[in-house]
Design a protein around this ligand. Structure first.
Ligand code: IPD
Ligand code: CA
Length: 267
């Protein structure tokens, strides 16, 4: 049986080390390469950080499967592994490439049924490490964090994002964005889904919605929100959205969950 406390200590160090690599890379010239769409980019730092994380995870957990944004699946075969890692070396690559200091390293652990077990999101520019294990609460730099107490949507600050298929897919979040703008205190598009979720967990955001983020973007963050006392569903209110393939995520402090669902379902 995995000792999740020990897992959390290990991945906290791994995420911190990746963050230091990324900060060093940020001081130099950053070249971008295009992946699927013109605005879906990757940098040498993404690849180097992922390689470092994957190597460390493989050393500690040789019988786990590892899925990285840049490298695909590696480690133990997916059909025999009991545990699955989802890694985003730089969540917020667009910010990183523009030297906007808001991005994170996200490392999440699930079992083969996609139940969330452990997660760390490290924000190197702020030196903030958000961490959670299933049933153990949520923390920022070792201090307990909880979701906000905001009850009215009009007083809420909410985050969202736009996926890399926004030009080719009809469901590109523009209508939802337009619907929220007049109904909340503020909508934020900060550029890192993992940090958006960490901010909901820390009570900085009252809610977050987004269609389309991948498991490496959200695995750690969804657990953080749940362990901080928040609510995580799809747009229809069904829990454990990470177990399905429609990739619609709604994560809130719980109090404004229904109100956000009402807006999303009105479109
Ligand atoms: C993206 C960011 C962004 C979100 C996108 C993600 P990436 O991740 O998290 O905030 O809106 O859905 O793809 O590409 O920077 O790792
Ligand atoms: Ca990324």
């Amino acid at each position: 049986m995995l000792n999740l406390d020990r897992v959390l200590a290990t991945i906290t160090t791994i995420a911190y080390d990746a963050g230091q690599l990324i900060l060093r890379e940020m001081n130099g010239t950053i070249e971008t390469q295009v992946k699927s769409e013109a605005y879906d980019i990757v940098t040498a730092a993404d690849k180097a950080a992922e390689a470092q994380i994957v190597q460390a995870l493989q050393e500690h957990y040789p019988d786990h499967h590892i899925v990285g944004e840049e490298g695909g699946g590696t480690g133990a075969p997916a059909d025999s592994a009991r545990y699955f890692w989802y890694i985003d070396p730089i969540d917020g690559t667009t910010n990183f490439a523009a030297k906007i200091p808001h991005f994170s390293t996200s490392i999440g652990l699930m079992d083969r049924d996609r139940q969330l077990l452990a997660g760390v999101i490290y924000h190197p520019n702020q030196d903030e490490s958000f961490a959670a294990i299933h049933g153990g609460g949520a923390f920022c730099n070792g201090d307990r964090i909880t979701v906000s107490t905001t009850t009215d949507l009009i007083n809420a600050v909410v985050g969202t994002g736009f996926g890399f298929k926004r030009q080719v897919e009809k469901e590109n979040n523009a209508d939802q964005w337009r619907a929220f703008v007049p109904r909340v205190r503020g909508v934020r598009r900060m550029g890192s889904a993992a940090l958006d979720l960490a901010y909901v967990a820390a009570g900085r955001f009252d809610g977050y919605w987004e269609p389309g983020p991948k498991l490496w973007d959200v695995a750690a963050g969804l657990l953080l929100v749940e362990e901080a006392g928040g609510t995580v569903t799809d747009y229809a209110g069904v829990p454990a959205p990470q177990t399905r393939s429609d990739y619609q995520y709604l994560a809130t402090n719980g109090h404004i969950h229904q109100a956000m669902m009402d807006v999303l379902q009105s479109i």
